[in-house]
Ligand binder design. Structure first.
Ligand SMILES: [Fe+2]
Length: 367
């Protein structure tokens, strides 16, 4: 179903929104004093709290199944591309996402499934307007709506990440004596507690820092490949419990949105990509909680080991740096990722800001 613009008819009162924005600064959202000099004010987040019907399972045909093996509709004449590392990542120049045909988008889906991460440089995507931005990603499936975070007014399918010098989030990681953690690295896969978690995901910058603010990526396909055949056999058939209740409870405790019911369900530990047929180690430390049916200690032992395989796999990881005009696309089924809160803001003089938009298409039920 399409939620469209009717959502804005039921947003909270301005007083309520202001109150919630102020409280949500506790989790790093821009507050009333934030966003003053933003170049794209229409994309600043609002925190409306409309309750939406939970997602129901729908048939999904992966666009990658219609792709050409040589990606001739994506790699148009004059374009160039390079492998970022042998296991993950492709950097692409000379392809304008806003001009791609449906066949080109199909080829993109296959390439993302194969390479995990695609970095498109020199795009006009951030300036084509929200309707075309959403329509582009809608080619890959129903658009996901974040259960708790802010979005541009009228466009709940966009998840906005906004940090500026008024924001305190970065200082939590970098300011001496005020750190809550030694690092901001937090490997995860997006929204795996959903019945059909996101697959193709677009992430682009409206304003990006000159240095820092990169996203790190790791290939969960290669993580699986690195295991021994004997060990792989033992993992077959295991299920992981995914649960996003904490995210909703946290948002509720701050007076923030809880747009959907808490989601808790099992998905396979080893899933198979519907297009490439490659097996994927589907585990991470966000909404994936434990191995189903295992006792606590058993689950922690196996879970932590497998998570270590991912996060320590520097030889199948890479990072995306955002230049002005960069659009990053990943297949959320085959990679895990983490933000890095390392750019200059909040704790130093300057006016660097990072204003990003994520649009994600929900894919198949994991099998
Ligand atoms: Fe994420």
């Amino acid at each position: 179903m399409s939620y469209g613009k009717t959502l804005t008819e039921t947003i909270a009162s301005p007083e309520e929104v202001a109150k919630n924005v102020a409280r949500l600064r506790l989790v790093g959202a821009n507050g009333p004093e934030g966003g003053v000099n933003a170049k794209y004010p229409a994309y600043l987040p609002v925190w409306e709290k409309t309750k939406l019907p939970d997602w129901e399972e729908v048939p999904y045909v992966d666009p990658g199944t219609r792709a050409t093996p040589d990606k001739r509709n994506l790699f148009v004449p004059g374009s160039k591309h390079r492998e970022m590392t042998p296991a993950i990542g492709e950097e692409i120049w000379g392809v304008q996402l806003s001009h791609l045909s449906k066949e080109g988008l199909d080829d993109l889906a296959l390439l993302a499934a194969e390479r995990g991460l695609l970095i498109f440089r020199d795009q006009d995507f951030k300036d084509i307007g929200p309707e075309r931005q959403l329509d582009t990603v809608r080619h890959f499936g129903r658009l996901h709506i974040h259960p708790t975070m802010g979005h541009p007014e009228g466009y709940p399918e966009m998840h906005v990440v906004y940090r500026d010098p008024k924001d305190s989030t970065i200082a939590r990681y970098t300011k001496p004596n005020e750190v809550s953690s030694v690092s901001s690295v937090n490997w995860h896969v997006d929204h795996t507690a959903e019945v059909q978690p996101p697959g193709i995901t677009f992430f682009f910058g409206l304003e990006v820092p000159a240095s820092g603010g990169d996203t790190l990526f790791v290939s969960a396909t290669e993580a699986y490949n690195r295991l021994s055949d004997e060990f792989k056999t033992r993992l077959e058939g295991l299920q992981v419990v995914h649960d996003n209740t904490d995210m909703l409870t946290h948002s509720a405790s701050l007076g923030g949105p809880c747009r959907f019911s808490p989601q808790k369900r099992n998905h396979p530990l080893i899933r198979t990509h519907p297009v490439t047929k490659q097996k994927i180690l589907s585990i991470h430390q966000a909404h994936a909680r434990r191995i189903f049916g295992y006792k606590k200690e058993e689950s922690e032992y196996l879970f932590n080991f497998l998570n270590d395989v991912l996060v320590k796999g520097g030889d199948f990881q890479t990072r995306a740096h955002y230049e002005p005009g960069t659009v990053v696309v990943w297949d959320n089924r085959v990679v895990a990722h983490t933000a890095t809160y390392d750019f200059k803001a909040a704790h130093v003089a300057g006016d660097e800001r990072r204003h990003m938009v994520r649009i994600a298409a929900m894919a198949d039920v994991p099998v």
